[in-house]
Design a protein around this ligand. Structure first.
Ligand SMILES: [Zn+2]
Length: 410
């Protein structure tokens, strides 16, 4: 006979998510909980008290990341579950916090079923994932993984001029670098999808295989300014007409590469931007994302070849790479396990990629890591309209619980 599956308490999960939404709730039922703000500190204090009530030991590292650990019977590297508690301004009630509350609910379920884990279980809250108060995003996990320099990050200032170092000190959550996440059996992050795919396909669970690679360029077109009324068309070097040609070409060529490639011209500035003056300069950005780095590299070649296409209207075109990043692949054995857990719980699921960045992508560089997505209604996030069905949250946490149990007793 098949053993009955251990399941979480969906009602308790919902209440806990609602409880956390009170810290920084906006009038439209969203959340503003900027990193190390009063609202964030209240949420942290509450999280700490929940964990201590469960008999967990809470430590804090030198970046303010919190680790609540349920001891195991053996002294092994922990299974880590978590995400972030900070939000963007007028963000939603699920982004980040769902992954932290997942940890709480998994631990509560394990304790109330009198399971004695052999491996410790740690719930993590990474500081300043959103980068909404202090840029860049994923600041703490970036330092933990050695991608960012700590002293440089400490100097980052919010729009009010307060540095990250000052905010950390004032928050009471500046801990010890000895407490940093160093070694773990696994890191599991449950997150809302922040996109429309799962909902469109009527699926509940997305097993995230990777965070896609990307490249970001700035393209500058330089022409000549002159009087808009007196300069014949054939005597112009109009930077905006040239930029328009280039943008059309980018859309045509990149659009033909692969249906999964996404690309965006998110910023475009026209100079001098006066209606009676021919534009002498246009600067625009192009960023493109795909899991296959070969396709990302083809994008780079196309962008770098733009000046030579002969569609510049006599203008000069330069392309500058602002930054790029390689695709980060998650641990295949954890992805397999999450998929098996989803299937064994009867949850509809698919493999997918993450187009957005997450702490997990940095942690994956030194700890076996995987991510799970649950659907975002209308694909919305970073907005007060962000919503995920309670049942989907519950199913996602059940998949994480099942995988944790498999890791504990394999
Ligand atoms: Zn997030």
């Amino acid at each position: 006979m098949q053993k009955q599956k251990l399941l979480i308490n969906g009602e308790r999960l919902k209440q806990e998510l609602e409880r956390f939404a009170e810290f920084g709730r906006t009038e439209n039922n969203g959340v503003t909980r900027l990193s190390l703000s009063n609202e964030d500190i209240q949420a942290r204090d509450y999280f700490r008290s929940c964990c201590e009530e469960l008999g967990m030991t809470v430590t804090v590292d030198d970046l303010g990341c919190m680790y609540a650990t349920l001891a195991g019977t053996e002294d092994k590297p922990p299974i880590v579950i978590g995400s972030h508690m900070d939000s963007v301004k007028k963000g939603g009630r699920f982004d980040g916090i769902l992954g932290v509350v997942t940890g709480l609910e998994v631990v509560r379920t394990i304790i109330e079923n009198q399971i004695k884990p052999c491996i410790p279980i740690t719930i993590v809250n990474f500081t300043n994932e959103e980068g909404a108060r202090f840029e860049p995003s994923m600041m703490a996990s970036g330092v933990l993984s050695g991608k960012f320099d700590k002293s440089f990050m400490l100097q980052k200032r919010d729009p009010e001029g307060i540095s990250f170092a000052e905010a950390l000190k004032a928050s009471g959550y500046e801990g010890d670098s000895n407490n940093r996440l160093k070694e773990a059996t696994a890191f599991l992050e449950l997150h809302i999808e922040q996109g429309p795919i799962l909902e469109k396909e009527s699926l509940t669970i997305g097993v995230v295989e990777c965070v896609v690679g990307m490249a970001c360029y700035e393209i500058e077109v330089t022409g000549d300014s002159n009087h808009a009324g007196t300069t014949p068309m054939r005597m112009r070097k109009d930077a905006l007409f040239a930029a328009n040609n280039l943008i059309n070409e980018i859309r045509k060529r990149l659009g033909a590469l692969d249906s999964e490639l996404v690309f965006t011209i998110g910023r475009l500035n026209v100079y001098p931007c006066i209606h009676t003056v021919i534009p002498n300069k246009v600067v625009f950005t192009l960023e493109a994302r795909h899991k296959d780095m070969q396709i990302v590299n083809t994008v780079k070649e196309i962008i770098q070849g733009l000046p030579d296409l002969g569609i510049n209207e006599g203008c000069e075109v330069t392309t500058t790479k602002l930054w790029d990043r390689d695709t980060v692949w998650f641990a295949p054995e954890l992805c397999d396990q999450l998929e098996q857990s989803a299937a064994s719980l009867g949850c509809s699921h698919r493999r997918m990629v993450s187009g957005a960045g997450h702490d997990a992508q940095f942690i994956a560089s030194y700890i076996p890591t995987a991510m799970l997505f649950v659907p975002s209604i209308n694909g919305k996030s970073h907005s007060e309209d962000e919503l995920t069905a309670w049942e989907d949250c519950e199913k996602g946490v059940n998949v994480i619980l099942d995988t944790v149990l498999k890791l504990l007793f394999k």
